[in-house]
Design a protein around this ligand. Structure first.
Ligand SMILES: [Cu+2]
Length: 66
């Protein structure tokens, strides 16, 4: 397991946070996802690769900041 910090600037509300959380738990059911709406950073503890997690967030319709 490792903890990723991913910046998602267009995560605007609880529904966004929920969509992002679902997208990540869909690829790793054991993942812990902690979205912070104020800072727009998502803290994710997961076995999945960072690039795979970022791709899942993008597929859910959100832009991942580099
Ligand atoms: Cu939203």
């Amino acid at each position: 397991m490792m903890t990723l910090q991913i910046n998602v600037p267009d995560m605007a509300c609880g529904a966004c946070a929920s969509s992002i959380t679902k997208a990540i738990t869909a690829l790793d059911a054991t993942a812990t996802v902690d979205p912070d709406l104020k800072t727009k950073w998502v803290s994710i503890t997961t076995q999945a690769e960072a690039e795979v997690v970022k791709a899942a967030i993008a597929t859910a319709g959100y832009t991942v900041a580099e």
